[in-house]
Design a binder for this molecule. Structure first.
Ligand code: GLA
Length: 402
């Protein structure tokens, strides 16, 4: 948990003027439970928002500059309004700058501001630190400058910011999961129509456990955009007889009938993953609704294996964590989460076995890879919000008393 009072002190140290208090906003990160690399194929996903995320302390100024500082990252910037369109290499400030560009397009009239970001999502861990920065920025700027932009629009514009300004061709899952959460629920989202339902996760004595490989990866440097192109190739091949909109237009059975239209074995594997993963999301959500956690875990395992062998976005570290997790009794399922190529796994673990899991998986992972894993037991369902600084201090005092 981030100490928000020392963040405020830091804010005053950077920007001065203690007589004018800043406002504080929060947006969560997300973990995807199942449905990987389906979002940009018009498919289904089933993520949940986390109780950790990004905080943004923000204050209006009377000049026409936006100042950026981060508690976690060294890079700082003071950007004039005439210069908002300039990209800053691969720096984090591109996320809020991209959001500002989109907000301007939608008629918001922001003025000068001082910003201090602080987050407790590990960067590059596949838990959507970037979507969290985008949504907290959109939410705060909209509030500060009296915009009328809905959460759904903020989700869409944040994805556009990432596609157009940052240059990462992501789908909509992350921004959606960060923007829409419900306590102890998964977000069952159709990424084609954007229809969604919050599905309560009755996990009885099981827990969602996240394991971090601590192998850093950069999404934009990864093979993400290459996978997207391969999926487009698959759509073109499968459309030879009858046009299809995207890979999710086909059921698994329909795909089996037309798979001979794809001649390249690599493209065939990519399509097999997407279409089977889509089917798994439907079955997984049904399993949760039926209270069948074993079935849910089995589908998580199948999802990982498909990402490993057919979509080829896993890696030694993720596979090692998953293999070690599956050896622990009381683990119903384990899979990589997010784009892959490093980052985190998500496992469904019996509560009484969580300690043992962390101990044994941690030890064996280190023996096999030389890396130290980290583990998180999240509460699912946080939503973007404004936080009253005074109230936070009171809550903390109360928690200490208890
Ligand atoms: C990243 C992207 C998402 C999604 C996942 C893979 O997190 O930002 O849009 O494609 O990878 O499921």
């Amino acid at each position: 948990m981030i100490d928000l009072n020392s963040l405020q002190e830091k804010f005053y140290k950077i920007y001065g003027n203690e007589n004018r208090a800043p406002l504080l906003f929060f947006a969560p990160g997300r973990v995807n439970l199942i449905g990987e690399h389906t979002d940009y194929n018009g498919g289904y996903v089933f993520p949940g928002s986390l109780n950790f995320g990004t905080y943004l302390m923000i204050r209006k100024t009377t000049d026409s500059y936006v100042s950026f500082h981060s508690d976690n990252l060294d890079y700082t910037a003071r950007v004039s309004f005439n210069d908002l369109k300039t990209k800053h290499n691969n720096e984090w400030v591109n996320y809020p700058l991209g959001v500002i560009e989109q907000l301007l397009k939608r008629g918001l009239k922001p003025g000068g501001m001082e910003l201090l970001y602080s987050g407790d999502i590990p960067n590059g861990a596949g838990l959507s630190s970037s979507a969290s920065i985008e949504i907290v920025s959109a939410y705060a700027f909209n509030k500060l400058w009296q915009g009328q932009i809905s959460m759904l629009e903020m989700i869409k514009l944040s994805q556009q910011a990432e596609n157009e300004f940052v240059g990462m061709n992501c789908g909509i899952m992350d921004q959606f999961a960060v923007g829409m959460g419900a306590s102890n629920s998964g977000l069952f989202l159709n990424c084609d129509t954007l229809e969604y339902q919050m599905v309560p996760l009755h996990l009885s004595d099981y827990k969602i456990l996240i394991s971090n490989t601590n192998k850093k990866r950069k999404l934009t440097d990864s093979k993400y955009n290459e996978r997207r192109a391969e999926c487009e190739q698959a759509v073109a091949d499968l459309s030879k007889n009858k046009g299809i909109k995207n890979l999710s237009s086909l059921s698994l059975d329909e795909f089996q009938e037309s798979r001979s239209l794809i001649h390249d074995p690599v493209i065939l594997k990519r399509a097999t993953h997407v279409i089977s993963e889509n089917q798994r999301v439907l079955e997984a959500v049904q399993a949760i609704r039926n209270g069948d956690l074993r079935e849910f875990g089995k589908l998580m395992n199948e999802s990982h294996d498909s990402l490993r062998y057919d979509y080829e976005v896993s890696g030694v570290e993720l596979d090692t964590l998953v293999e070690e997790a599956r050896k622990i009794p009381g683990v119903l399922g384990s899979r990589m989460t997010g784009a892959g190529f490093g980052g985190c796994t998500v496992s469904l673990v019996k509560e009484s076995e969580v300690e043992k899991f962390m101990d044994l998986v941690g030890k064996n992972y280190q023996l096999r890879t030389g890396l130290q894993a980290s583990f998180y037991l999240p509460d699912l369902g946080a939503v973007p919000a404004e936080i009253e600084l005074k109230k936070q201090a009171e809550d903390e005092a109360k928690a200490e008393e208890e």
